[in-house]
Design a protein around this ligand. Structure first.
Ligand code: UD1
Ligand code: PEP
Length: 418
């Protein structure tokens, strides 16, 4: 078992390079299944456990996966497997994209129900609704989703809720369907747009990604392409918040500042200075921070995935902050850990009420999910004294080399193997 040991109190200075986006990469890798000819060369793949899981799954299905540093070459031309019923598929969330990709290419798939962060009920009814509307027969048996279709035919689908996963998954299935598929009430997240751009580079004809309505004009086949994954909005936000919370001056490099606007706006409200410059943003934090209110929302609103790290920062902001989590009903598990550090936080349903205190103090902390882990790291960096964070396999699902990146910024952090 591995753990992180952090001695808090250091300000952060320097530069940090942001990796490719987890939630784009974990959809783009399964999307490469749709190429029946040629090789997909995909750059800027983050070195995280969810990506490693998907690479193993793709190889088991019969894809050739060659990896050089952050570039993957994926050849799906001889892929013939349509079943992914392994521990890897059950562990991560994004294995659900294998269903849409395999259904699109082979008109059938059997994939174990996904795992991912335990942040609430995580249904896939909207994915199923979309597959069925395209003409697939869907059943869930023995913990696996089984989909089959004679053919897929484009149609109009109005999603009941705005879902990142359902939007991308149905888009994947529809690329090779006959006719036009119109997806309404879709998610607009940057990773939705990135996957649509990747599919279009493979020969798909998708219009409207980034708006409420996506139109997928079915094509006969998709082929290999060259692509580069967008930078990770949530990893960038995490380093921005850490800098704001610890004090200091850090340039966050390889970002798309537009994707960070909702996070930057809230940090500015706390009293931090944010200076965008081309593909980087500088965070300058040199005074006490103010309390703020936050409500998580689908893009372009404040992202739920950055709510937990932000809660850590607010523990020492002056005054009362109110954080409302509107996407997931159980995304405050990190609060119990913050209380061990002295934080004054009360959770009422989907709202956390945070009364800022002078300082957090180090403690033994447990990461219960990916962003709770990021919240623990930030809290430990802010705190007086030593903290030990266990459960860091959750952090490794989504943050590449977190201890090395923070060490470069002057943090006192190390990984230990027990
Ligand atoms: C791998 C990945 O990209 N994970 C992200 C993805 O998760 P994920 O794709 O699971 O999240 P969704 O956008 O689908 O979920 C949003 C809301 O819709 C509900 N819902 C979703 C699907 C469905 O079929 N039925 C339904 O009711 C969910 O319960 C939730 O309340 O988007 C979330 C919201 O931005 C992020 O927190 C996750 O980091
Ligand atoms: C919730 C997250 O991930 P997943 O959906 O993969 O569990 C996340 O990235 O914050």
């Amino acid at each position: 078992m591995e753990k992180l040991i952090i001695n808090g109190g250091n300000k952060l200075f320097g530069e940090v390079e942001i990796s490719g986006a987890k939630n784009a990469a974990v959809a783009i890798l399964p999307a490469a299944i749709l190429a029946s000819e040629g090789v997909c060369k995909i750059d800027n793949i983050p070195d995280i456990e969810d990506v490693h899981c998907l690479e193993r799954i793709l190889e088991n299905l019969g894809c050739k996966v060659n990896k050089e540093r952050n570039t993957a070459h994926i050849d799906s031309s001889n892929l013939n497997g349509t079943e992914a019923c392994t521990e890897d598929a059950r562990r991560m969330r994004a294995s659900y994209y294998l269903i849409g990709a395999l259904l699109g290419r082979f008109k059938k798939a059997k994939v174990d129900l996904p795992g991912g962060c335990p942040i609430g009920v995580r249904p896939i009814d909207q994915h199923i609704k979309g597959f069925e509307a395209l003409g697939a027969h869907v059943v869930i048996e023995h913990g696996a989703v089984i989909v089959k279709a004679d053919k897929l035919i484009g149609t109009k689908i109005f999603f009941d809720v705005v879902s990142v996963g359902a939007t991308i998954n149905v888009m994947l299935a529809a690329t090779l369907a006959e006719g036009v598929t119109i997806l309404e009430n879709v998610a607009k997240e940057p990773h939705v747009v990135d996957v649509a751009n990747f599919l279009n580079s493979m020969g798909a004809n998708i219009k409207g990604a980034g708006t409420d309505v996506i139109k997928v004009f079915g094509v006969e086949k998709l082929t290999g392409c060259n692509y580069s994954v967008i930078p990770d909005q949530i990893e960038a936000g995490t380093y921005m918040i850490a800098t704001a919370a610890c004090g200091g001056e850090v340039t966050i490099k390889n970002v798309i500042p537009k994707h960070l606007e909702s996070i930057s706006a809230k940090l500015v409200e706390t009293g931090v200075e944010i200076v965008p410059n081309g593909d980087s943003v500088k965070v300058i934090s040199n005074k006490d921070l103010n309390a703020i209110n936050i409500k998580t929302l689908p893009y372009p609103g404040f992202p739920t995935d950055i709510q937990q790290p932000m809660t850590s920062l607010l523990c020492t902001a002056k005054g009362r902050s109110i954080v409302n989590e509107s996407i997931w009903e159980n995304r405050f598990k990190h609060v119990d850990e913050l209380k061990k550090m002295g934080a004054n936080v009360k959770v009422e349903g989907r709202t956390a009420i945070i009364d800022g205190i002078d300082k957090l103090t180090g403690a033994v902390l447990k990461a219960t999910d990916l962003r709770a882990g990021a919240a623990m790291v930030i809290a430990a960096l802010m705190a007086e004294g030593e903290s030990e964070i266990i459960g860091i396999e959750h952090i490794d699902r989504g943050y590449p080399h977190i201890e090395e990146k923070f060490k470069e910024l002057g943090a006192n952090i190390r990984r230990e193997v027990e």
